[in-house]
Design a protein around this ligand. Structure first.
Ligand code: SAJ
Length: 443
């Protein structure tokens, strides 16, 4: 007699399993497309009717997914979307790809996970595999999902259904490492859960790394991003120390980076942006606080990174001081608003802090970003909507100081250096020319 597990594995291996993806954002849509390409029939479920409509029309709304690919998969009946969670009653394999932001208090916000888990719980049946992809603190899968999916439906994890965690590793805009070829860590609530999830994922992904538990998989992701956050905090503090020592931190980093082993280059900047690096480590420190342990490295690095916008304001004050000017009443142009170069994402961008702090000190602030036409007032940084200036060079000439916050490739840096009265370069965007120019202040 074949068991529930055997029957599910058979469906996963012959790809007759119905795959459902909860959340069609920068993680969920690429995931859905990759599994549909692999031969599964995939249904995406998202609350955003606009996304659902676009996808069903064969249109992609995510930078890394081509409309050609979506159109082809939709036309072949491999991929579709809905806002109706009742579709889950047909599901065999479910991937949860919803946001895990922070609350204003700095605590984890699991509301998206809880919301979709409660919907999924209504449609759970024997023979399902469920994998959580959203970055979260260790223990979430076992403590939050298992009771709601299993206990409330009298289903036993590892026998009736299979529950695992697999951290997303999507880096928007990257073309060398994508959803299909980036190694994927998977860990189950039980050993069998992990094995079943790994079988599913091996049907579409090139490399699946099975670990012994969901907690190990949850923690691996947090190590990955905490590693980045702390090392960025280290080089930011190196920049502050070099500033006090009168040493060029960029030269120091370039020199250290010539070491072919045992060193990994990070660069200082105006702060830490994005929806991953500044946030994920705080999920870990929050969890450890509940266990009466202080994650000191995370807290210290976070403090340093959060202090960088204010450090930049100090550099602007120094630059204006050279012109016998104050911030108050000066015209300042912020160049680049997105959280990192050559993308349009504003989430947690340090540019918002820099603009807010300059405005608090009485500066007349303009910004330019070719990828970000408007910054909406969020009440936190910005009290009014701002629009990217249309005539960049006119704004550069008019400004008392230009602050390079995000070093998009498209900028004509030699032209900006020529036209500006004074520049604060927080990204070493001007390179050697900036180091040699007495109108440039560098981080
Ligand atoms: N930053 C620095 N100095 C650095 C690197 C980054 O100041 O040396 C700043 C960036 O300007 C940005 C923030 O840190 O404001 C985050 O930058 P990031 O390069 O880490 O970019 P993210 O946030 O897009 O990180 C993603 C992450 N991907 C996932 O979480 C799945 C991260 O794990 C990747 O390592 C990273 O992309 C990458 O390598 O590009």
């Amino acid at each position: 007699m074949t068991t529930t597990k055997d029957q599910l594995i058979a469906k996963l291996q012959d790809k007759t399993a119905n795959v459902m993806v909860l959340g069609l954002g920068y993680v969920g849509l690429p995931f859905a497309v990759v599994f549909a390409e692999a031969g599964f029939t995939v249904t995406g479920i998202d609350l955003d009717a606009g996304k659902v409509e676009k996808l069903n029309q064969g249109l992609s709304y995510i930078q890394d997914v081509s409309t050609e690919q979506v159109a082809r998969l939709v036309a072949h009946g491999r991929l579709k979307a809905t806002t109706d969670f009742a579709a889950l009653k047909e599901a065999d394999a479910v991937s949860i790809c919803v946001p895990t932001p922070l609350r204003k208090t700095g605590d984890p916000d699991l509301s998206y996970i809880l919301s979709v888990t409660d919907e999924l719980a209504k449609h759970m049946h024997p023979g399902m595999v469920v994998v959580l992809e959203s970055t979260t603190y260790p223990g979430t899968t076992r403590e939050i999902l298992e009771p709601r999916l299993g206990d409330t439906n009298d289903l036993k994890a590892g026998e009736d259904f299979f529950l695992a965690f697999s951290p997303e590793r999507v880096d928007p805009g990257r073309e060398d490492w994508t959803t299909i070829n980036t190694p994927k860590v998977v860990g189950g609530i039980t050993e069998t859960c992990g094995e079943v999830a790994a079988i599913w994922y091996r049907g579409a992904l090139e490399t699946v790394v099975l670990v012994t538990s969901a907690e190990a998989a949850e923690m691996a992701k947090l190590l990955e991003n905490t590693f980045r956050m702390i090392n960025i905090g280290l080089v930011n503090e190196m920049a502050i120390m070099c500033d006090r020592l009168g040493i060029d931190v960029w030269e120091v980093i370039e020199a250290a980076a010539t070491k072919p082993f045992g060193f990994m280059k990070f660069t200082p900047g105006p702060g830490l942006g994005g929806h991953c690096i500044p946030i994920d480590p705080l999920y870990l420190s929050w969890k450890l606080k509940a266990l009466n342990y202080t994650a000191r490295f995370i807290e210290l690095a976070s403090e340093i990174n959060l202090g960088m916008p204010r450090h930049v304001i100090g550099l602007v004050q120094d630059a204006l001081n050279e012109q016998r000017k104050s911030i108050k009443g000066s015209q300042i142009l912020v160049l680049g608003a997105a959280y990192k170069p050559d993308i349009d994402d504003l989430r947690e961008s340090p540019a918002l802090d820099v603009i807010g702090l300059l405005e608090q000190k009485g500066a007349a602030v303009m910004y330019h970003d070719p990828y970000v036409p408007v910054i909406r007032a969020d009440g936190h940084h910005m009290h009014k909507e701002m629009h990217s200036v249309t005539d960049l060079m006119a704004a550069v000439k008019a400004a008392d100081c230009v602050v390079i916050v995000t070093n998009h490739k498209v900028y004509d840096y030699p032209g900006i250096l020529e036209a500006a009265k004074s520049i604060v370069d927080t990204r070493n965007a001007l390179g050697k020319a900036g180091r040699l120019s007495d109108k440039v202040t560098r981080l």
